[in-house]
Design a protein around this ligand. Structure first.
Ligand SMILES: C[S@@+](CC[C@H](N)C(=O)[O-])C[C@H]1O[C@@H](n2cnc3c(N)ncnc32)[C@H](O)[C@@H]1O
Length: 246
Protein backbone atom coordinates (compact mmCIF):
# COMPACT_ATOMS: atom_id res chain seq x y z
CA UNK A 1 0.00 0.00 0.00
CA UNK A 2 2.83 2.43 0.84
CA UNK A 3 4.58 1.86 -2.46
CA UNK A 4 1.28 2.44 -4.26
CA UNK A 5 0.90 5.93 -2.75
CA UNK A 6 4.50 6.75 -3.67
CA UNK A 7 3.66 5.73 -7.23
CA UNK A 8 0.44 7.72 -7.49
CA UNK A 9 1.19 10.76 -5.32
CA UNK A 10 1.08 13.32 -8.14
CA UNK A 11 -1.92 11.74 -9.86
CA UNK A 12 -3.68 11.63 -6.48
CA UNK A 13 -3.10 15.34 -6.00
CA UNK A 14 -4.39 16.18 -9.49
CA UNK A 15 -7.43 13.90 -9.42
CA UNK A 16 -8.52 14.94 -5.95
CA UNK A 17 -7.96 18.60 -6.73
CA UNK A 18 -10.40 18.33 -9.64
CA UNK A 19 -13.15 16.09 -8.30
CA UNK A 20 -16.43 17.91 -7.75
CA UNK A 21 -17.41 15.52 -5.00
CA UNK A 22 -14.19 16.21 -3.09
CA UNK A 23 -14.58 19.94 -3.11
CA UNK A 24 -18.32 20.31 -2.58
CA UNK A 25 -19.07 17.33 -0.33
CA UNK A 26 -15.96 15.90 1.27
CA UNK A 27 -13.99 19.04 2.08
CA UNK A 28 -17.18 20.90 2.94
CA UNK A 29 -18.37 18.24 5.42
CA UNK A 30 -14.92 17.62 6.89
CA UNK A 31 -14.01 21.25 7.44
CA UNK A 32 -17.41 21.94 9.02
CA UNK A 33 -16.78 19.12 11.47
CA UNK A 34 -13.27 20.37 12.26
CA UNK A 35 -14.86 23.70 13.10
CA UNK A 36 -12.93 26.75 14.21
CA UNK A 37 -9.21 25.92 14.37
CA UNK A 38 -8.09 29.46 15.21
CA UNK A 39 -5.13 29.30 17.64
CA UNK A 40 -5.33 25.49 17.95
CA UNK A 41 -2.64 22.86 17.67
CA UNK A 42 -3.53 20.21 15.09
CA UNK A 43 -1.98 16.85 14.22
CA UNK A 44 -2.99 15.79 10.70
CA UNK A 45 -2.56 12.01 10.50
CA UNK A 46 -2.31 10.53 6.96
CA UNK A 47 -1.88 14.09 5.70
CA UNK A 48 -1.07 12.92 2.16
CA UNK A 49 0.19 15.82 0.08
CA UNK A 50 -1.00 18.18 2.81
CA UNK A 51 -4.26 19.58 1.43
CA UNK A 52 -6.02 19.62 4.83
CA UNK A 53 -2.83 20.58 6.71
CA UNK A 54 -2.58 23.72 4.57
CA UNK A 55 -6.28 24.53 4.84
CA UNK A 56 -6.14 24.14 8.62
CA UNK A 57 -3.09 26.42 8.85
CA UNK A 58 -4.82 28.95 6.60
CA UNK A 59 -7.74 28.72 9.04
CA UNK A 60 -5.55 30.22 11.74
CA UNK A 61 -4.24 27.12 13.56
CA UNK A 62 -1.27 27.90 15.79
CA UNK A 63 0.60 24.72 14.88
CA UNK A 64 -0.03 22.01 12.27
CA UNK A 65 2.00 18.81 12.02
CA UNK A 66 1.26 16.41 9.15
CA UNK A 67 2.27 12.73 9.22
CA UNK A 68 2.18 10.27 6.33
CA UNK A 69 3.67 6.86 5.59
CA UNK A 70 4.28 7.68 1.91
CA UNK A 71 7.58 9.39 1.13
CA UNK A 72 6.11 10.61 -2.18
CA UNK A 73 3.15 12.28 -0.50
CA UNK A 74 5.36 13.91 2.16
CA UNK A 75 7.69 15.15 -0.57
CA UNK A 76 4.74 16.90 -2.30
CA UNK A 77 3.59 18.37 1.00
CA UNK A 78 7.09 19.72 1.70
CA UNK A 79 7.38 21.13 -1.83
CA UNK A 80 4.13 23.05 -1.31
CA UNK A 81 5.46 24.32 2.03
CA UNK A 82 8.71 25.44 0.36
CA UNK A 83 6.77 27.26 -2.38
CA UNK A 84 4.42 28.95 0.03
CA UNK A 85 5.75 28.72 3.60
CA UNK A 86 2.97 28.48 6.17
CA UNK A 87 4.97 27.05 9.06
CA UNK A 88 3.46 23.57 8.69
CA UNK A 89 5.79 20.65 9.43
CA UNK A 90 5.65 17.18 7.91
CA UNK A 91 6.86 13.87 9.30
CA UNK A 92 7.40 10.74 7.21
CA UNK A 93 6.17 7.93 9.49
CA UNK A 94 3.70 5.10 9.99
CA UNK A 95 0.95 6.37 12.29
CA UNK A 96 0.74 2.92 13.89
CA UNK A 97 4.26 3.28 15.30
CA UNK A 98 4.46 7.08 15.60
CA UNK A 99 4.06 7.08 19.39
CA UNK A 100 3.27 10.27 21.29
CA UNK A 101 4.85 13.31 19.67
CA UNK A 102 2.78 16.00 21.38
CA UNK A 103 -0.44 17.00 23.07
CA UNK A 104 -2.72 18.48 20.40
CA UNK A 105 -6.10 20.22 20.60
CA UNK A 106 -7.30 18.39 17.49
CA UNK A 107 -6.23 15.21 15.75
CA UNK A 108 -7.38 15.02 12.13
CA UNK A 109 -7.39 11.69 10.26
CA UNK A 110 -8.89 12.06 6.79
CA UNK A 111 -9.04 8.60 5.17
CA UNK A 112 -6.55 6.91 7.49
CA UNK A 113 -8.50 4.27 9.42
CA UNK A 114 -9.84 2.52 6.30
CA UNK A 115 -6.24 1.47 5.50
CA UNK A 116 -6.06 -0.83 8.52
CA UNK A 117 -5.82 -4.39 7.21
CA UNK A 118 -6.72 -5.96 10.57
CA UNK A 119 -8.55 -5.02 13.75
CA UNK A 120 -5.20 -4.91 15.58
CA UNK A 121 -3.83 -2.49 12.98
CA UNK A 122 -6.96 -0.35 13.36
CA UNK A 123 -6.53 -0.26 17.12
CA UNK A 124 -2.86 0.77 16.79
CA UNK A 125 -3.90 3.75 14.62
CA UNK A 126 -6.61 4.75 17.11
CA UNK A 127 -4.16 4.50 20.04
CA UNK A 128 -1.79 6.92 18.29
CA UNK A 129 -4.66 9.34 17.67
CA UNK A 130 -5.69 9.15 21.33
CA UNK A 131 -2.23 9.46 22.85
CA UNK A 132 -1.53 12.67 20.91
CA UNK A 133 -4.71 14.43 22.05
CA UNK A 134 -4.81 16.67 25.09
CA UNK A 135 -7.61 16.16 27.62
CA UNK A 136 -10.79 17.62 26.15
CA UNK A 137 -9.38 17.54 22.61
CA UNK A 138 -11.18 15.96 19.68
CA UNK A 139 -10.51 13.55 16.89
CA UNK A 140 -12.10 14.30 13.51
CA UNK A 141 -11.91 11.62 10.82
CA UNK A 142 -13.33 10.59 7.48
CA UNK A 143 -13.59 7.00 6.37
CA UNK A 144 -13.98 5.32 2.98
CA UNK A 145 -15.99 2.14 2.43
CA UNK A 146 -18.71 3.69 4.52
CA UNK A 147 -19.81 1.61 7.44
CA UNK A 148 -23.31 3.09 7.27
CA UNK A 149 -24.11 3.17 3.58
CA UNK A 150 -22.19 0.51 1.63
CA UNK A 151 -22.04 1.36 -2.04
CA UNK A 152 -20.73 -1.40 -4.21
CA UNK A 153 -20.44 -2.03 -7.93
CA UNK A 154 -22.74 0.92 -8.48
CA UNK A 155 -22.23 2.59 -11.86
CA UNK A 156 -24.40 5.52 -10.77
CA UNK A 157 -21.29 7.08 -9.21
CA UNK A 158 -19.49 7.40 -12.57
CA UNK A 159 -20.86 10.90 -12.93
CA UNK A 160 -19.06 11.89 -9.72
CA UNK A 161 -15.73 10.54 -10.99
CA UNK A 162 -15.43 7.41 -8.88
CA UNK A 163 -16.39 3.75 -8.71
CA UNK A 164 -16.38 1.46 -5.69
CA UNK A 165 -16.02 -2.29 -6.14
CA UNK A 166 -15.91 -5.11 -3.65
CA UNK A 167 -17.42 -8.44 -2.72
CA UNK A 168 -21.10 -8.65 -2.00
CA UNK A 169 -22.14 -9.12 0.71
CA UNK A 170 -19.32 -7.12 2.21
CA UNK A 171 -17.74 -8.69 5.30
CA UNK A 172 -15.44 -7.37 8.02
CA UNK A 173 -11.92 -6.78 6.73
CA UNK A 174 -12.82 -7.28 3.04
CA UNK A 175 -10.76 -5.34 0.52
CA UNK A 176 -12.64 -2.60 -1.36
CA UNK A 177 -11.28 -1.06 -4.57
CA UNK A 178 -11.81 2.64 -5.26
CA UNK A 179 -11.17 4.17 -8.69
CA UNK A 180 -11.16 7.93 -9.07
CA UNK A 181 -10.91 9.50 -12.50
CA UNK A 182 -10.96 12.94 -14.06
CA UNK A 183 -9.71 14.28 -17.38
CA UNK A 184 -6.52 12.38 -18.28
CA UNK A 185 -5.80 10.96 -14.85
CA UNK A 186 -7.10 8.09 -12.80
CA UNK A 187 -6.05 6.33 -9.61
CA UNK A 188 -6.99 3.09 -7.89
CA UNK A 189 -6.89 2.64 -4.14
CA UNK A 190 -7.47 -0.41 -1.98
CA UNK A 191 -9.11 0.05 1.40
CA UNK A 192 -10.56 -2.34 3.96
CA UNK A 193 -14.15 -2.52 5.08
CA UNK A 194 -14.85 -2.30 8.81
CA UNK A 195 -18.32 -2.01 10.26
CA UNK A 196 -19.39 0.93 12.31
CA UNK A 197 -19.38 -1.39 15.37
CA UNK A 198 -15.72 -2.30 14.75
CA UNK A 199 -14.68 1.33 14.42
CA UNK A 200 -16.54 2.17 17.62
CA UNK A 201 -14.89 -0.80 19.37
CA UNK A 202 -11.44 0.44 18.32
CA UNK A 203 -12.11 4.03 19.39
CA UNK A 204 -13.43 2.85 22.78
CA UNK A 205 -10.48 0.49 23.32
CA UNK A 206 -8.10 3.35 22.57
CA UNK A 207 -9.79 5.50 25.25
CA UNK A 208 -12.24 7.66 23.29
CA UNK A 209 -15.77 8.46 24.46
CA UNK A 210 -18.86 8.49 22.28
CA UNK A 211 -18.54 8.75 18.53
CA UNK A 212 -20.60 11.25 16.56
CA UNK A 213 -21.06 10.03 12.96
CA UNK A 214 -21.70 12.67 10.36
CA UNK A 215 -23.12 11.87 6.92
CA UNK A 216 -21.85 14.04 4.04
CA UNK A 217 -23.56 17.27 3.13
CA UNK A 218 -23.12 19.32 -0.04
CA UNK A 219 -22.01 22.94 -0.04
CA UNK A 220 -24.50 25.62 -1.16
CA UNK A 221 -22.10 26.36 -4.03
CA UNK A 222 -22.13 22.70 -5.12
CA UNK A 223 -25.93 22.64 -5.07
CA UNK A 224 -26.11 25.85 -7.04
CA UNK A 225 -23.52 24.80 -9.65
CA UNK A 226 -24.83 21.26 -10.26
CA UNK A 227 -28.43 21.25 -9.05
CA UNK A 228 -30.13 19.04 -6.45
CA UNK A 229 -30.83 16.21 -8.94
CA UNK A 230 -27.09 15.76 -9.64
CA UNK A 231 -26.37 15.09 -5.96
CA UNK A 232 -29.30 12.75 -5.31
CA UNK A 233 -27.47 9.41 -5.86
CA UNK A 234 -24.45 10.58 -3.90
CA UNK A 235 -26.50 11.71 -0.94
CA UNK A 236 -28.49 8.42 -0.97
CA UNK A 237 -25.31 6.32 -0.87
CA UNK A 238 -22.24 8.45 -0.23
CA UNK A 239 -18.79 6.85 -0.50
CA UNK A 240 -17.47 8.17 2.80
CA UNK A 241 -18.58 9.21 6.25
CA UNK A 242 -17.10 11.57 8.82
CA UNK A 243 -16.94 11.24 12.57
CA UNK A 244 -15.94 13.13 15.67
CA UNK A 245 -14.77 11.57 18.97
CA UNK A 246 -13.65 13.24 22.15
C1 LIG B 1 -6.66 8.79 0.60
S1 LIG B 1 -5.14 9.46 1.16
C2 LIG B 1 -5.72 10.82 2.15
C3 LIG B 1 -4.72 11.93 2.25
C4 LIG B 1 -5.25 13.18 2.96
N1 LIG B 1 -5.68 12.91 4.31
C5 LIG B 1 -6.41 13.74 2.16
O1 LIG B 1 -7.56 13.61 2.60
O2 LIG B 1 -6.15 14.29 1.08
C6 LIG B 1 -4.64 8.30 2.36
C7 LIG B 1 -3.27 8.58 2.92
O3 LIG B 1 -3.08 7.72 4.05
C8 LIG B 1 -1.72 7.42 4.11
N2 LIG B 1 -1.57 6.29 5.04
C9 LIG B 1 -2.15 5.07 4.94
N3 LIG B 1 -1.79 4.30 5.99
C10 LIG B 1 -0.98 5.06 6.78
C11 LIG B 1 -0.27 4.83 8.00
N4 LIG B 1 -0.33 3.66 8.63
N5 LIG B 1 0.46 5.85 8.51
C12 LIG B 1 0.54 7.05 7.87
N6 LIG B 1 -0.10 7.32 6.70
C13 LIG B 1 -0.84 6.34 6.17
C14 LIG B 1 -1.35 7.16 2.66
O4 LIG B 1 0.03 7.21 2.42
C15 LIG B 1 -2.12 8.29 1.97
O5 LIG B 1 -1.34 9.44 1.82
Amino acid sequence: MHASYDDISLAYKIVHGELTVKKHAEEFTYLNLLGDVQGKTVLDLACGEGRFSRTIKHGGAHQVVGVDISAGMIELARQAEDQQPLGTTYIHADVASLGTIGSFDVVSAAFLFNYAASKEALLALCRTAYSNLKAGGKLVASINATPLFPLLNNQATRKYGYLVQGPSPLREGDGVEYSFFTGNHSIRLRNYHWSRATYEWAFRQAGFGACNWQAPTVSPQGLEEHGHEFWRDFLCEPNFICLECS
